[in-house]
Design a protein around this ligand. Structure first.
Ligand SMILES: *[C@@H]1O[C@H](CO)[C@@H](O)[C@H](O)[C@H]1NC(C)=O
Ligand SMILES: *[C@@H]1O[C@H](CO)[C@@H](O)[C@H](O)[C@H]1NC(C)=O
Ligand SMILES: *[C@@H]1O[C@H](CO)[C@@H](O)[C@H](O)[C@H]1NC(C)=O
Ligand SMILES: *[C@@H]1O[C@H](CO)[C@@H](O)[C@H](O)[C@H]1NC(C)=O
Ligand SMILES: *[C@@H]1O[C@H](CO)[C@@H](O)[C@H](O)[C@H]1NC(C)=O
Ligand SMILES: *[C@@H]1O[C@H](CO)[C@@H](O)[C@H](O)[C@H]1NC(C)=O
Length: 931
């Protein structure tokens, strides 16, 4: 008996020491799903699951693997199973790895929504015929997904955008599964995506520029049915990790980008069966990993480069030779240069095949074996006239009338001594017009930029006959005096980056390579309007940033009449109407992308600034979001931030109330001081401003983690100065408030050209480091007194950041770029300027990771700012950030802190001190209330 008890105890002890989960029976919910799978199949016996058993984990069913008592894997690849999966398949919530590939599963795929542990899902090569739209919901651990080769939704389906939540996704295979529509842009936001296979679908549109920011190594987009993928292949030249690009069997157009030589890992490039034009870039052969290059069935012209690529095919292109490395005939080379300058129109590219232009090339006639006539009138040609044409010395007649040719007429053409007719009428050519000999009948009428009284210029002496327009007078006299110069420097603007390293900047500028990311087209050069269009490099997408400077406005002013006590800061529109005299235009302080700012005066004379947001027909939801957002913004308090003190929302009105900043925007004092009769800012004051801004941004960024406080539009016109020239940053957080619809671009890509961080402009990806970039630009403005962007400046000076780069390249002296108002002959000042330039270079580093945090800027600037910052003011940074506190209480705390600071600072001007203004502000609230 006693012995038995001991055995029992022993047994119990054994049980207790075993892993309790492993021991217990399989989760009944999981068992139920497995049973349903089995039941649904036509040939369940292939699974060899024991019948009458309810413990697949404990009894180790074939194909099933568990973690504890939950099913973690099902692996049945290539077993031959037929039939559907049960609808509640996603109750296997611990599933990590699923291998169902290469069976005959069929019917509707169950939703995988909520399988948050699922990392691998191989469903390829089955007969699933329907995919529910919630299939992809919440697959937050997903790394590999293959749905390839399933006849899903026969009429086509589009990838739901909630797949974007699968941020870990590395492999996505969707070959031949009936995808339709444009290539999903959101895939560009998956920053782990290395393999994307979408061949054999019905996709169309262009490759989104966003794909450039993925680490793609394998990209298969080949053989689309229907409209096919079109546009250029330029974006792939930015995918620097690429090993394999299969783009064949589509409708790609344009040329093979020369910068393809950056794809140093490229092994296979298949771009055959498209409509690519142009020459094969010679340096493609420099890609030493490239093993396979397929170019067949395009419209590529010129010479085939000689390569060592093992598998190189190029048949069915209008190349001049069939043998690599054999050059084209000289006449052909010239005509191909011409073709390039008119952007390779397909009609000509198709026809201009082989090495003999006299063999029936469209628009080309010969006398003997020499090209004598080029007749391409009304061919819809775009582009310019290549100066190489002058090398075709046998040319007698050239008809290029009725096209869209632009640029200038190459003077070289005047050296064609057989030429007797040159008709360039009805184009968009520009002066200067070269002089042709008297033998040449020269027509250049109907070119809007060239003023010409007579159609056929009496040739010779009059050449480009003058007209009564003053512009043409100047130009034609120019043309007599000057050799033609390149008038337009190609717009390679780009956001260019100073990567100034250490103190080197003051000593020596080194040359470095610069790769433009963005092309910027300033529209209206004016002091306060930076409204522009930008083109992202290698795509045709035009994004407009509507953000315009506000030259004055703003800050912590008034508010919440009736409901102040409840911690709210809502003011009635009525009060603000009367404060601004019904928003009269005399009271207008400025206009910006978000609305118009008005000066206002409360009953007791306290001045405020009221921003009237643009009414972009806002939905109920929009209003609610506006409320919520403003409630948060109005609680953000920092001495160097223009605080939002109140707001109004009634009907379509949305008004924001700020303190009035008497000195207006920093931009006025930096760039507009002469016109406005202001004094230039002395260097110490600029340093103070820099530090104020740095502190404001540092503060915003420390809130950024959870509240999303990234300014997104920091610039000198958003930096406002008060009576004492203390700087405050305004307009933070407003970007998020711009309603969708007309403004959706601005919401997506807000910010101002010249200040935009390159990665933000390209990918729309925003981090605190984008603000750091803008801050660096502001520093450069403080140093140079030049606007970030100014179209009236010479080309190399147009973009401030680039201008600095330019100096660097040309080993220029820093002194030349410094604002003449700053006295750098003073060694101390010069050293201080150098330090700021160094910091600016650091902040505007191209790679966001190389930019410092704002805290670093504060650390650098603080010791440079002398004496006058009482230390205890710094400790005030956090006053009032208690999001739970009612506004009034917060204002009181804030006032206390400020008064401490400002009484030490400006004993003289009690009128201007914040505490004083606040007193009046608070009392004005009560007087409003009592009304
Ligand atoms: C799927 O079913 C078809 C016939 O319906 C059969 O020919 C094929 O072999 C099956 N495939 C597999 C992998 O079992
Ligand atoms: C596929 O088709 C089904 C039924 O027609 C539809 O409910 C489902 O939303 C479609 N799937 C997708 C991803 O559009
Ligand atoms: C992802 O795709 C690549 C290329 O096809 C392949 O080599 C790799 O094994 C895949 N990874 C997984 C986990 O399936
Ligand atoms: C490769 O060639 C293209 C033009 O064909 C050119 O734009 C590019 O700069 C070249 N790259 C190098 C490294 O020479
Ligand atoms: C030239 O541009 C016009 C208008 O932009 C366009 O309609 C035309 O197709 C273009 N011509 C060629 C040959 O690409
Ligand atoms: C010619 O026109 C095109 C398109 O309008 C433009 O992109 C290009 O810069 C112009 N070229 C010149 C030399 O003006």
């Amino acid at each position: 008996m006693r012995y038995r008890v001991n055995v029992l105890l022993l047994l119990l002890a054994f049980i207790c020491f075993r892993d309790p989960i492993a021991w217990s029976a399989t989760d009944p919910g999981d068992v139920a799903v497995l049973e349903k799978i089995r039941k649904g199949l036509e040939n369940p016996e292939l699974l060899q699951w024991p019948s009458g058993d309810d413990d697949p984990c404990g009894n180790k069913w074939p194909h099933v693997y568990c973690a504890g008592n939950r099913v973690a894997q099902i692996q049945v690849q290539n077993v031959g199973l037929s039939g559907p999966l049960p609808v509640d398949f996603n109750k296997l919530t611990e599933l990590v790895n699923l291998g169902l590939q290469r069976n005959n599963f069929s019917g509707k795929l169950p939703s995988f929504g909520g399988l948050s542990k699922l990392q691998y899902a191989y469903l390829n090569e089955n007969q699933f015929d329907t995919i529910p739209s919630d299939f992809f919901d919440g697959l937050t651990s997903l790394e590999v997904l293959s749905l390839s080769k399933n006849p899903l939704n026969e009429s086509g389906w589009m990838l739901p955008s909630n797949l974007e939540d699968s941020a870990q996704l590395t492999n996505l295979s969707l070959i031949s599964c009936n995808l339709v529509g444009p290539l999903p842009e959101f895939l560009g936001n998956l920053h782990s995506l290395t393999v994307l296979q979408m061949s054999g679908n019905m996709l169309s549109g262009e490759i989104p520029a966003s794909y450039a920011s993925t680490p793609l190594q394998i990209l298969w987009l080949n053989d689309q049915k229907g409209n096919q993928i079109s546009g250029t292949i330029d974006v792939i030249a930015s995918m620097t990790m690429l090993h394999e690009a299969w783009l064949h069997g589509n409708s790609f157009t344009g040329t093979i980008p020369g910068s393809i030589d950056q794809l140093i890992s490229l092994e296979r490039l298949w771009i055959n069966n498209n409509q690519l034009v142009g020459v094969i870039p010679e340096n493609i052969t420099l890609l030493n990993k490239l093993q396979s290059l397929r170019l067949d069935n395009n419209f590529l012209v010129g010479e085939i480069p000689k390569t060592t690529i093992a598998n190189f095919s190029f048949s069915n292109n209008p190349t001049c030779q069939d043998t690599p490395g054999v050059p084209c005939a000289p006449q052909v080379s010239v005509l191909l240069d011409f073709l390039e300058s008119v952007n390779y129109p397909l009609t000509l590219a198709k026809s201009w095949s082989g090495d003999d232009p006299c063999n029936g090339w469209l628009g080309v006639s010969c006398s003997g074996t020499n090209v004598s006539t080029l007749n391409l009138s009304n061919f819809n040609l775009n582009g310019t006239i290549s100066p190489s044409l002058a090398q075709l010395s046998s040319l007698v007649k050239v008809h290029l009338q009725g096209n869209h040719l632009n640029g200038t007429i190459p003077t070289e053409l005047a050296s064609l001594h057989s030429l007797n007719l040159l008709n360039l009428s009805s184009n968009n050519l520009e002066p200067p017009v070269p002089k042709f000999g008297s033998r040449v009948k020269f027509f250049v009428d109907d070119n809007p930029f060239i003023q010409h009284p007579e159609t056929a210029a009496s040739p010779g002496t009059k050449g480009s006959g003058p007209s009564n327009s003053s512009r043409s007078d100047i130009l034609s006299s120019d043309s007599k005096m000057l050799k033609p110069v390149v008038v337009v420097i190609p717009v390679v603007a780009g956001v260019v980056i100073i990567s100034v390293i250490g103190l080197l900047i003051c000593i020596r500028w080194k040359k470095s390579k610069l790769s433009p990311a963005v092309v910027i087209h300033p529209k209206q050069p004016s002091q306060t309007d930076n409204s522009v269009r930008i083109d992202i490099a290698d795509s045709n997408a035009n994004l407009s940033s509507a953000t315009v400077d506000l030259y004055s406005s703003i800050s912590s002013g008034t508010t919440g009449s009736h409901s102040l006590e409840s911690g709210n800061s809502v003011v009635s529109v009525q009060i603000l109407r009367s404060a601004t005299r019904n928003f009269s235009s005399e009271n207008e302080l400025g206009r910006g992308g978000f609305g118009v700012v008005y000066r206002g005066e409360l009953h007791d004379g306290a001045r405020i600034a009221v921003k009237r947001m643009e009414n972009g027909g806002m939905s109920k939801k929009g209003f609610d979001e506006f409320h919520a957002e403003i409630a948060v913004l109005s609680k953000v308090r920092h001495r160097n931030l223009v605080s939002l003190m109140g707001y109004s929302v009634e009907e379509n009105e949305r008004l924001l109330i700020y303190e009035y900043m008497s000195q207006g925007a920093l931009s006025r004092h930096l760039f507009g001081w002469r016109e406005l009769g202001l004094d230039p800012l002395p260097w110490p004051r600029r340093l103070d401003i820099a530090l104020d801004v740095a502190r404001a941004m540092e503060y915003l960024h420390t809130l950024a983690q959870d509240k999303g406080f990234i300014h997104r539009d920091l610039k000198s016109s958003n930096i406002l100065l008060d009576d004492e020239f203390r700087a405050k940053v305004s307009d933070f957080g407003l970007v998020k408030l711009v309603p969708d619809g007309d403004h959706s671009m601005a919401t997506r890509l807000a910010g101002t050209i010249g200040y935009l961080a390159p990665e933000y402009a390209v990918s729309g990806k925003i981090t605190t480091k984008s603000d750091v970039f803008s801050f660096g630009v502001v520093l450069l403005e403080l140093v140079t007194g030049l606007m970030a962007i100014d179209e009236t400046r010479s080309d190399e000076k147009r973009y401030l950041v680039e201008w600095f780069q330019y100096i660097k390249w040309n080993q220029g002296k820093l002194e030349d770029a410094v604002d003449p108002q700053i006295n750098i002959s003073d060694e101390k000042t010069f050293q201080s300027v150098c330090k700021v330039v160094e910091l600016a270079g650091h902040c505007t580093a191209r790679d966001p990771h190389q930019r410092p945090e704002m805290g670093h800027a504060v650390t650098v600037l603080s010791p440079m700012v002398q004496k006058w910052e009482p230390r205890d003011c710094d400790s005030e940074n956090n006053v009032g950030i208690d999001f739970g506190r009612p506004l009034l209480q917060m204002v009181m705390g804030w006032r206390d802190a400020d008064s401490k600071c400002f009484t030490t600072l400006s004993s003289d001007d009690s009128k201007g001190s914040i505490s004083n203004r606040l007193d009046r502000f608070v009392s004005s609230l009560y007087s409003l209330d009592g009304r």
